[in-house]
Design a protein around this ligand. Structure first.
Ligand code: BDR
Ligand code: CA
Length: 313
């Protein structure tokens, strides 16, 4: 059977690491590569963390690409101090996984994504779970190729709930509002998985308590995840699985129980919003995840990643 080809674009923080783990764990997905951007951490730290997570599961074969290092609206990347609390100083919950054995590819992430879109077209799924700078650059380069892929799923935005960057803005969209606006105004059809859905997809230490006993790979990923629950909420409530839900919804959109079809734009403030003119357009290019079957998601996620951990031992 042909496996679904996927590329994930990450700013590897904790939930990005958990999203990479899910893609590796799903036997129906072939991860062609991990492309990286700034956000939770600098792009260089994102490269490093992505390599370390792949290597934790002995996936030395998956290439990692370095992408854009700052947003269209800033001259350089500056890390918000609050990120130390949510993702740890190193982005992966202050867990020390040593030095990665592998190195990033020489090719730029944007060129890799465009080349893959030209090569695989509808067989390729693209998932973006950081600021949208790399995607915007891809669309600038070859909009037709990017629009030809099977689906483009992004984690970002807050439509009916408050933002997490400020009251209106979510971190990924607000991390580069100009690039996000370019993406939203392009011809690309987008599956948008915002906070509205991801804040309902929580998992906590109880869900994964078996991981550390399996092997070192399980202990590592457990410690990374655990840091995040405590930082974001608490150990009992759990942490929001923002990026894993986007990856999951790219593979299986039926996990989202309410997709809202619309056309959205992004304001300079980072607010994702529909405009009157757009609401009346007959063609809806965006569908936004408003609700999720959280129980099925968490159960499947934990089962699959548990098997991945067992294989790494
Ligand atoms: C998004 O921002 C980052 O902190 C997470 O990795 C996720 O992609 C949630 O707003
Ligand atoms: Ca992310």
């Amino acid at each position: 059977m042909n496996r679904m080809k996927m590329i994930i674009d990450v700013d590897t923080g904790v939930d990005d690491a958990l999203a990479i783990s899910y893609i590796l764990a799903n036997p129906d997905i072939e991860l062609l590569g991990v492309s990286t951007t700034f956000g939770n951490v600098s792009v260089d730290q994102s490269v490093r963390n992505s390599l370390l997570i792949l290597e934790n599961f002995r996936r030395f074969d998956v290439p990692v690409y370095r992408g854009c290092d700052h947003s269209w609206v800033t001259e350089r990347y500056e890390r918000h101090p609050h990120l130390d609390i949510v993702h740890g100083r190193n982005g992966i919950g202050n867990v020390d996984l040593g030095e990665p054995q592998g190195k990033p590819q020489r090719q730029h992430a944007v060129d890799f994504i465009v080349e893959s879109a030209r090569k695989y077209g509808k067989d390729l799924h693209l998932v973006f779970v950081g600021p949208l700078t790399n995607l915007a650059e891809c669309l600038k380069k070859d909009e037709e190729a990017i629009c030809s892929v099977g689906n483009i799923t992004i984690m970002g935005g807050a439509l009916t709930v408050r933002g997490n960057r400020n009251i209106y803005s979510e971190a990924n969209i607000g991390g580069d509002p100009a690039a996000a606006n370019y993406v939203f105004e392009s011809r690309a059809h987008l599956n948008i998985v915002p906070l509205d859905a991801t804040l309902k997809a929580l998992f906590n230490a109880d869900d994964i308590r078996q991981w550390p006993a399996i092997n070192q790979a399980g202990k590592n990923i457990y410690e990374i995840a655990r840091f995040y629950y405590i930082g974001e909420y608490d150990e009992k409530t759990g942490g929001a699985m923002h990026d894993p839900l986007a990856a999951y919804a790219s593979y299986d959109p039926s996990i989202i129980t309410n997709w809202f079809a619309c056309n959205l734009t992004v304001e300079d403030t980072g607010r994702m919003i529909g405009t009157f003119e757009q609401l009346n357009r007959p063609e809806k290019r965006h569908r936004v995840a408003l609700d999720v079957d959280a129980q099925r998601f968490t159960q499947n996620y934990v089962d699959m990643v548990s098997r991945l951990i067992e294989k790494a031992g």
